[in-house]
Design a protein around this ligand. Structure first.
Ligand code: SF4
Length: 653
């Protein structure tokens, strides 16, 4: 019978796998509801984060949806994470399907398998889960017996590369959207499931709640570029939209989730509770997809934050609270929030952290406030580009002097180490731009030694490869080839090491460029990339975000085979380079043009041209609106304080 716990099948396998605790569930604040908690028409969700438990369990998105859904009496939600290859082999060998971690129920038994994608490099893990769960890989081969495979998360803003494998996509904020989807599923069940699975998908698509890739038809030009994406004629007449808009939750105070975060039993990457203090960002860094797709800015109120911190600490017993957002120091009342919380929890053994990489003295003030009485590890700043010119291209709006003044303030306040974050492979980048990173790091050390009068000053330079993303001004850019990125990073390492005066004072961390090329293929790919993903998965591709599992050779070989075959059939010019290092033209139809992130494509193009002209665009939070398109479309304004309110004093428990 469906919905039964299969723990009895799983348990004997656990002694033969690494870290078995990750599969057993039962964590503090986890839930197992009755399979029929809402009666005959209960709506059942399996919520999956398609990476290892240790990465997935702290994920805020999954935790929020888990609570929002489980609060409904007619709904149950259970969690799942990707299983490691050792358990995958055992499950296959013993004919056991993939199970949820809460009730150990087969994922194939749920109504919806909801998968949250934060990164494209987890796409192959989706195929493992589908296969282990007995769900056909291809959406068009599924029957009424199979769950609806619904995806969301930032990496779903261009879902085209995995569109063969998913039934529906929620674009944007998920908390309200999953409730609407649940209502529609329940109504469809109560009505006797008219039209079966396709009938349900039609209802969901008509309502605008989800994007159903199968309902859209893609036509190509002779060279392989896209001519047009349109709803299938019969469905357009039924009201399926030509463009699917993103969901946006307007008032975060209406959504104070998670209220009782899961406390993992096994090790996880973050051992703290987190409160999202605002959503969205208008700084306008041109490389940043998260900043672009989450506009407009929506702040949580100071009282809302205070309540969530208090309630979350009581519910979890955590001793550290992270105040999360894309740029946490930008909350208009962040000084009051940090002071209020630091006062409230002084002496209560509760640490506060504020992940912020802002390059200014205000950030140091906040860090000083948060570390009072506590340990001082290091400060992180993100100039992102090594030269003034490149920082204008990416719209970082940070000068070298800003950085030096800021680190001087940090070292004067007693900090001893700073971490600087940069990207390599940015549009228009030259060797000189990258070598500028070495000069900056040396100036930072010189400044620290001068200001503090000490020699134990350290600066770690951490470098990530730039990957152009959909819905950003850099969506048209040609990606830097991996060999070019690697060569520049070698030059930089030599430049840092060549000067013995800095010895071990400057640390250097970077990753090689080839995984970035595959991420680039997946982030700007179209539907034809699905065949490459499937070929990679069939050739053993799993956990591609993990360097020990990632194989560039496997990806490039499969890409070539698939592209060669498609080119031979259609006369196209597809290749891995075509998808990654090729610069797109203004009029090219991009695979995600029919998915509406709220940003005007014309504005994105103008901003791309401004980047090439090295023109900066100020933050619209503090300067006039520059018409990116988001606010008028949502009928709103960016929500920023200050409100002048403060935290009420309470006695921490
Ligand atoms: S519409 Fe204007 S105010 Fe709103 S996010 Fe865009 S630029 Fe900023």
């Amino acid at each position: 019978m469906s919905g039964l716990s299969r723990y009895v099948d799983l348990e004997p396998l656990l002694e033969r796998v690494g870290r078995p605790l990750q599969y057993v569930g039962g964590e503090l604040n986890s839930q197992v509801k009755d399979w029929n908690c809402g009666g005959e028409h209960t709506v059942r969700w399996a919520l999956m984060y398609p990476d290892a438990y240790e990465v997935g369990v702290p994920n805020q998105g999954v935790m929020i949806l888990y609570e929002v859904l489980n609060e409904r009496a007619d709904t149950l939600a259970e969690r799942a994470y990707a299983v490691w290859p050792d358990l995958e082999a055992l499950l296959r060998g013993h004919g056991v399907p993939q199970l949820s971690v809460d009730g150990h129920r087969a994922l194939g038994d749920f109504d919806v398998l909801g998968v949250s994608f934060a990164t494209e490099l987890t796409y192959t893990n989706l195929l493992t889960t589908l296969d282990l769960s007995g769900i056909p890989l291809h959406a068009d081969e599924r029957t009424d017996e199979h769950p609806i495979v619904l995806i969301g998360g930032h990496a779903s803003f261009n879902p085209e590369p995995i569109s063969d494998f998913v039934d529906a996509v929620v674009i944007g904020d998920g908390e309200q959207a999953v409730l609407t989807v649940t209502d529609l599923i329940r109504e469809w069940k109560e009505a006797g499931r008219p039209g079966g699975r396709t009938g349900l998908l039609r209802r969901l698509a008509r309502d605008g709640s989800v994007y159903v890739p199968r309902f859209y038809h893609v036509q190509y030009l002779p060279d392989g570029r896209i001519r047009r994406v349109s709803p299938r004629a019969d469905l357009a007449a039924e009201g399926i939209p030509w463009r699917v808009a993103k969901h946006t939750v307007m008032d975060l105070d209406d959504w104070p989730y998670p209220k009782a975060p899961i406390v993992p039993l096994a090790e996880s990457v973050h051992e703290r509770m987190s409160v999202e203090i605002f959503r969205g960002c208008t700084r306008g860094c041109r490389f940043c997809q998260a900043g672009m797709i989450t506009r407009p800015v929506r702040e949580r109120s100071i009282e809302g934050i205070g309540t969530m911190v208090d309630r979350g600490l009581c519910a979890t017993g955590h001793e550290e609270v992270g105040l999360l957002s894309l740029s946490s120091a930008d909350h208009s009342e962040i000084a009051e929030i940090t002071r209020g919380l630091a006062d409230r929890y002084e002496g209560a053994n509760v640490g506060l952290s504020l992940p912020s990489t802002r390059v200014d003295a205000f950030n140091i003030d906040l860090a000083n406030e948060l570390s009072r009485g506590g340990r001082r590890s290091g400060l992180t700043f993100a100039p992102e580009g090594g030269s003034e010119r490149l920082r204008r291209v990416i719209n970082k709006q940070v000068s070298e002097q800003d950085l030096i003044d800021t680190v001087a303030a940090a070292f004067a306040a007693g900090w001893r180490q700073v971490k600087l974050y940069f990207m390599c492979g940015l549009p228009t980048e030259t060797d000189e731009d990258v070598l500028g990173i070495a000069d900056l790091a040396k100036r930072v050390i010189d400044t620290g030694r001068q200001v503090s009068g000490r020699r134990d000053i350290r600066c770690t330079v951490s470098i990530g490869g730039f990957v152009p993303k959909a819905h950003t001004p850099f969506q048209w850019a040609g990606q830097s080839p991996a060999e070019q990125t690697d060569a520049r990073l070698r030059l930089l390492r030599e430049a840092i090491r060549a000067d013995r005066r800095y010895g071990s004072a400057i640390g250097f961390r970077y990753h090689e460029g080839s995984p970035g090329i595959i991420e680039g293929l997946l982030s700007r790919g179209d539907r034809r990339v699905g065949a490459i993903i499937e070929a990679v998965w069939r050739a053993g591709g799993r956990f591609d975000g993990w360097s020990e599992h990632f194989s560039y050779q496997r990806w490039s070989q499969c890409a070539q085979q698939v592209c060669d075959q498609l080119n031979a059939e259609h006369g196209w010019e597809l290749s891995l380079d075509w998808y990654t290092t090729r610069e797109r033209g203004e009029l090219e139809v991009l695979p995600w043009d029919h998915l509406d992130s709220g940003l005007d494509k014309e504005w994105l193009w103008e901003d791309w041209q401004a980047a090439l002209a090295e023109d900066e665009q100020p933050d619209c939070r503090w300067s006039p609106c520059f018409d990116c398109g988001v606010c008028p479309q949502l009928g709103t304004d960016i929500q920023v304080g200050p409100t002048g309110r403060t935290l009420l004093p309470i006695q921490p428990r």
